[in-house]
Design a protein around this ligand. Structure first.
Ligand code: ATP
Ligand code: MG
Length: 283
């Protein structure tokens, strides 16, 4: 049995449970539970505060865990990152009151910085040879300058709207973060085998998310050009249509090149282009 620690409630909860689900792992009674077992995979799930997850994985109380890099690096625990998961994206940034002049990191010299990330902020300051006073607070960091608790803040930002609403502007990025799968350093061979099995599924799900299945109709005299635009897993599938002189072409496209290629396909004479999401992709 493999034990995984995920956030009990909060920003990572939904995506973590959803990822397991997309990997074909059914969890029963997740509501208000502290632990549960999967029905169809030897996996036990612990629901914890995200701050505690690195410690639990280091200690081997959980074998693996899902946590933000921001928390993992702040806690500075011995746990290995196995896979970036692509959700929970945010950055740890320094923000100053909008009216305040800012001319680079030296402007932080002697300031009082409110943050929930003292280790990461200290490391950042030391690297930049800046001395400042850190005030550790565990939440609502963005109001600290407004109530006179600090001059500036270092906090997590995704859209920036919270900072904006509190009259702050972002001036430095300390860390870009997303959620990651971490593992204990001393997994048994059996546990590693289960992790590999889970990882295989996670990678198939991630790959599918970045890829679309594309079907289109092409006049046969344009087929060569159209096929040359399509990568496909090996090469595109081409099937004759009932109508003479036309073919149906099927292929997969990655998200990065998707719109460019669709435009080129249209220009080359493709018609009736259908784009379908892919659930899993194994290559
Ligand atoms: P817990 O009760 O588990 O300690 P929390 O209040 O510390 O929860 P959440 O606010 O739920 O944490 O955030 C969990 C994680 O989501 C963060 O550590 C970070 O990795 C990620 N995240 C993504 N965007 C943001 C954001 N804009 N603000 C805060 N966290 C974010
Ligand atoms: Mg937390």
């Amino acid at each position: 049995m493999l034990r995984i620690a995920i956030q009990k409630s909060g920003r990572l909860y939904e995506d973590s449970v959803q990822l397991l689900k997309e990997c074909g792992i059914d969890l029963r009674n997740v509501k208000d539970r502290l632990r549960t077992e999967a029905d169809n995979f030897p996996l036990e799930v612990f629901f914890l505060r995200d701050d505690d997850i690195p410690q639990y994985v280091e200690d081997g109380v959980a074998d693996i865990g899902i946590v933000g890099e921001n928390v993992l690096f702040e806690k500075n625990k011995q746990a290995e990152v196995v896979e970036k998961l692509g959700f929970g994206k945010c950055r740890l940034s320094v923000a100053v009151p909008r009216g305040q002049q800012y001319e680079g990191v030296t402007s932080l010299q002697g300031k009082r910085i409110a943050t929930s990330y003292p280790f990461l902020v200290n490391t950042f300051l030391a690297k930049n040879n800046v001395q400042a006073e850190i005030h550790e607070i565990s939440g609502s960091v963005e109001i600290a300058p407004g109530i006179g608790l600090a001059d500036v803040v270092a906090d997590l930002v995704s859209s920036g709207s919270t900072l904006f609403m509190n009259g702050l502007k972002e001036v430095e990025t300390i860390l870009q973060s997303q959620s990651v799968l971490i593992k204990n350093n001393q997994l048994s061979a059996a546990q590693q085998q289960l992790l590999d099995k889970l990882l295989f599924r996670i990678r198939a799900v991630k790959k599918a998310k970045r890829t679309k299945y594309v079907l289109l109709n092409a006049p046969n005299d344009k087929l060569k050009e159209i096929i040359s635009l399509l990568p496909g897993m090996k090469s595109p599938t081409v099937l004759p249509l009932a109508e003479q002189g036309w073919s149906s072409v099927h292929s997969v496209l990655s998200e990065d090149t998707f719109w460019d290629i669709i435009e080129q396909l249209k220009a080359a004479g493709a018609q009736g282009i259908l784009v379908v999401p892919i659930e899993k992709m194994i290559i």
